[in-house]
Design a binder for this molecule. Structure first.
Ligand SMILES: Cc1ncc(C[n+]2csc(CCOP(=O)(O)OP(=O)(O)O)c2C)c(N)n1
Ligand SMILES: [Mg+2]
Length: 630
């Protein structure tokens, strides 16, 4: 019946497609089928089939003919891409030629590491994928430092790059992998998948694959290396483009009801249960549901704030970082990267893990029960199940008892005696920031030795957002803050950053100025690699004995961050005392509100208990070796 043909050559299949694509009405559909001479029973069966398809949803591809680069860009647009984060190069001409007259907006970084960090910030700000194009081998290798962060944080980066052909005549050209090595190997350990294509006709297909792989849990970067001349530049190839929902897997996975029953019963029976929450909770927008769960039972809740805020730390139930001390049941929701933080777990403590992070579950920590489910869906199931297993009175009694001994671990203030010193105490620095910035600002934190405990972070109205890489590879902050602001243009974004960290990615300020992305950057300037110096001190070797720490003081010359900001089109303010700091923050915020980013270079004290009094630097000056004045 499907091949039955009308006089003008239309088949039943064509009519069905028209109906499903909303090209004709239901009545038009029936009439057209009738015109083919199909019986009434046949028509009603076809209508029924068409309606059934409608309920499942149909996938409607659009055919595009152009260059391989155009198929890639068109597919990315239909996947929902608005921004391209990139560091351009010549081998990608076919890619940029394809994007330049489309609605896709370029956010350009002046170094691949900055572009990767910007894309990470955007992915964090949207809880979705970020699209990135990087340069052939030289750029691909430069990206590695920040790719490490992206991989550790499980960030869904969708990456394309050019690649020079080294698998034909010449295998030893510039900007190419070393002979015999594929470019796709360079960042392979930081991706879920990384491969090379030369096939322009398959570009739509392969672009879909990087989106699909990057966004499927456990998420992470996926990289398609495109041999420029063939994959991007070949003309007149045809591909079918699909909408994102037709190939990216939804994450709304519910938990097994039996397991939810068991966990609810265990939570009700336990004497000292604790909730642990992690980064996946934020990524899946589960924070309000998880908070509701915590409040329902008055559960002390421990959150990993190493990457983001997944629980409001000023809430009385917040109990600090992950720890199982004194607990007879741990329920972990969305806990990624559990290796370092599972403190005081005994072999007997039951550990239930809920989430879609199958990569992390059981990797470093044995569990009692793993529940593969979306954090938000599972937390809702758990709430419903608790309400069916216990009466409202029983639940209220538990909630009241829990609140009565609420840990209130986030309720911290600096000691009054450290406030207002001539040189700002390193604890006063975050305290003033938290008090003076917008109460719903998003803090992007890359000041390693600076305390984070004073920030009132969380998801509720009036809480501050928080982003930080768990990966620890310096050079993330400026780029990440930029990407977060692109994703959340209506929130103040504050980049709290160390003086050392700035220098790993200061070229990122140019992007903020170029594209009107106003960030309030606050440099905690201790003129030092404080984190490293503290660890040299703890090593208890010759450096500690001599109180001389090699390579740690960053002055002589002092980096002039105000000039550096000015040189790239941003405003800058030098802050020398805690007394000047609140007004400088206000002024910086005004400058940002008016559209230009502002850098505050704030002098802070080093930690005097870990060798901070040492200002020694190695005496070396090439002048002594120069015999000619050239
Ligand atoms: C890419 C990279 N290189 C080196 C390091 C080692 N490292 C860790 S902390 C740090 C010092 C950072 O200095 P700064 O940003 O001023 O922060 P502070 O420790 O002074 O708070 C260094 C060099 C690193 N983490 N990442
Ligand atoms: Mg420093």
């Amino acid at each position: 019946m499907m091949n039955q043909v009308t006089t003008n050559g239309t088949t039943v299949k064509d009519i069905m497609a028209q109906y499903l694509n909303k090209g004709i009405s239901r009545r038009g559909f029936v009439t057209a089928l009738g015109a083919l001479g199909i019986s009434t029973a046949g028509v009603s069966m076809l209508v029924k089939n068409a309606d059934a398809v409608e309920t499942v949803g149909n996938r409607v591809g659009r055919s595009v003919t152009g260059t391989g680069g155009e198929l890639c860009i068109q597919q990315a647009l239909d996947a929902g891409v608005k921004y391209l984060f990139c560091s351009p190069g010549s081998a990608e001409a076919g890619f940029y030629d394809a994007m330049f007259d489309t609605p896709m907006v370029m956010i350009e970084g002046l170094h691949e590491g900055i572009s990767v960090a910007m894309a990470c910030g955007y992915a964090r700000g949207t809880n979705g994928p970020a699209f990135l194009n990087l340069h052939v081998m030289g750029g691909t290798a430069q990206a590695a430092g920040q790719m490490m962060n992206a991989a550790y944080d499980e960030t869904p980066l969708v990456i394309t790059s050019g690649q020079n052909e080294t698998e034909s005549f010449n295998d030893d050209s510039g900007l190419s992998p070393a002979p015999g090595w594929p470019q796709s190997d360079v960042n392979r350990m930081f991706t879920k998948i990384s491969w090379t294509t030369r096939d322009a006709a398959a570009m739509a297909h392969q672009t879909r694959r990087i989106f699909k792989v990057a966004t499927t849990y456990p998420q992470g970067p996926a990289w398609l290396h495109c041999v420029g001349d063939s994959a991007f530049a070949t003309k007149d190839v045809t591909g079918v483009i699909y909408k994102g929902e037709d190939f990216m897997i939804p994450d709304d996975v519910p938990a097994s009801p039996d397991k939810i029953k068991a966990v609810a019963a265990a939570l009700l029976a336990a004497k000292a249960p604790v909730l642990w929450v992690g980064a996946e909770v934020k990524r899946q927008g589960a924070e309000p549901t998880v908070l509701e769960l915590a409040e329902l039972l008055g559960l002390p809740t421990r959150a990993d704030t190493g990457m983001c805020a997944s629980f409001p730390v000023k809430h009385p139930l917040y109990a600090g970082g992950w720890d199982a001390k004194g607990n007879d049941l741990v329920v972990g929701i969305g806990c990624t990267n559990m290796s370092e933080s599972a403190r005081n777990m005994t072999t007997e403590t039951p550990l239930v893990l809920i989430g879609l992070g199958t990569d992390d579950m059981g990797r470093n920590q044995a569990f009692s029960m793993a529940i593969i489910a979306n954090c938000k869906v599972a937390a809702r199931q758990l709430i419903d199940e608790l309400k069916s297993q216990a009466t409202a009175e029983q639940l209220k009694a538990k909630a009241d008892a829990g609140m009565a001994k609420a840990p209130n671990a986030g309720n911290v203030k600096p000691k009054p005696e450290i406030l207002g010193k001539a040189l700002m105490d390193l604890n006063e620095f975050p305290w003033i920031i938290d008090n003076e910035i917008d109460k719903e600002a998003i803090i992007m934190h890359e000041a390693f030795a600076s305390p984070r405990t004073f920030y009132s972070i969380g998801h509720r109205p009036g809480d501050k957002g928080f982003e930080r890489t768990g990966g620890g590879s310096l050079g993330f902050g400026i780029g990440c803050a930029t990407g977060v602001k692109v994703a959340c243009p209506d929130r103040q974004v504050v980049n709290v950053i160390g003086d050392g960290a700035v220098m790993f990615s200061a070229a990122g300020w140019w992007t903020q100025a170029r594209s009107g992305i106003p960030i309030l950057t606050i440099i905690g300037n201790n003129h030092n690699y404080e984190t490293v110096r503290s660890n040299y001190y703890r090593y208890e070797g010759k450096m500690k004995t001599a109180n001389r720490y090699i390579g740690m003081m960053l002055d002589r010359p002092d980096n002039d961050f105000v000039k550096m900001a000015n040189a790239q089109g941003l405003e800058g303010i030098k802050v020398k005392t805690p007394q000047e700091f609140p007004a400088a923050i206000k002024r910086g915020a005004e400058i940002c509100a008016a559209g230009t980013g502002c850098v505050l270079d704030v002098d802070i004290e080093r930690n005097m208990t870990t060798g901070g009094d040492s200002t020694w630097i190695q005496e070396f000056n090439l002048a002594a070796l120069r015999t000619k004045k050239v």
